[in-house]
Design a binder for this molecule. Sequence first.
Ligand code: MG
Length: 380
Amino acid sequence: MKKILILGSSGSIGVNTLNVIRNFPDRFEVAALTVNTRIDLLEKQIEEFHPKYVVVKDEAAGIKLRDKVGNKCVVLTGASSLIDAAAGLDYDIFVGAMVGFYGLAPALEAIKRGKIIALANKETLVVAGELVTNLCNVFSSKLIPIDSEHSAIYQCLEGESTESIEKLIITASGGPFHKKEKKYFEDVTVEEALNHPNWKMGNKITIDSATLMNKGLEVIEARWLFGIRKNKIDVVIHPQSIIHSMVQFIDGSIKAQLGLPDMKLPIQYALTYPERLQNNFERTDLPKIGSFSFFEPDLEKFECLGLAYKVLEEGGTAPCILNAANEVAVEKFLSRKIKFTSIPVYINKALDKIENHKSPNIETIFDCDRQTREYVSTLN
Ligand code: MG
């Protein structure tokens, strides 16, 4: 029986992780769940999965929940409890399902304990990829991707050596604006940007998919996860989102992993790796899909993807600056304070303003994140 801690159980990855766990009651047990504020949903999850511990980041919401659940489970509150849970509770697999930079600190604690890290939180590798992968080696902690593209590559690389890789080909749906002209971006509304053609996800990642920043973050994530240089990572637009990514080998052969756009599959693979378990998820009906198409990404139109390649080249804390600036800019766009086209503008300003520290330690990364957020918050 594997004990699972889910960091971020109310989001789309967290809910899907519980959907997977529900299918395998003899394999998995929920050790702990955490949420930011969604105690209504957490209460239902406690009823069904009986975790010993839960953490609510928002103090007031946590106290409210504690009154409701009584002695059914221990309710911890506050941001530091997320870190304490990862550092102190009894579990085997850490599922990093929360969005954003705040997923990093708890993941570091889990790594230091040599846990299996099933990682959906790409920011952990974007901002601190070198440090995180080094720590995983030191503490024999295994990092298994949940991000669908990286899960695809991980599956394609089973039985292959790193030396035999010619390049990784990460697929992108292209988001809702794949076919739009750049001038259309000027007046894009929040609703249009949130209307993703294939995937149902949280708001932050859906906006990142509309700007293609999500793909940029995934290029950086792949660089660290697979130890591959950036000039060997390509992005190709594949609007059907059935091929989740590919690996091209030095003999010219390409391996791909296919499936419906449903996160349950990569989540199950990460939880059961190296085994594959039978499930009743909907199967891919290829004749029904009919045809696949592929396009080069337009870096002029989707500036955020170009910026991600640029910060990967620069190294140091540049990816951390890009990530923090993007998180704040997306938040501002979602609250209708800035235009869609301002997102890359804000990131560029932050990259110009905030100093890039080469070979940063973890404190430098936290400082850089804070400085960038403060700076971008003042822009208007
Ligand atoms: Mg992805």
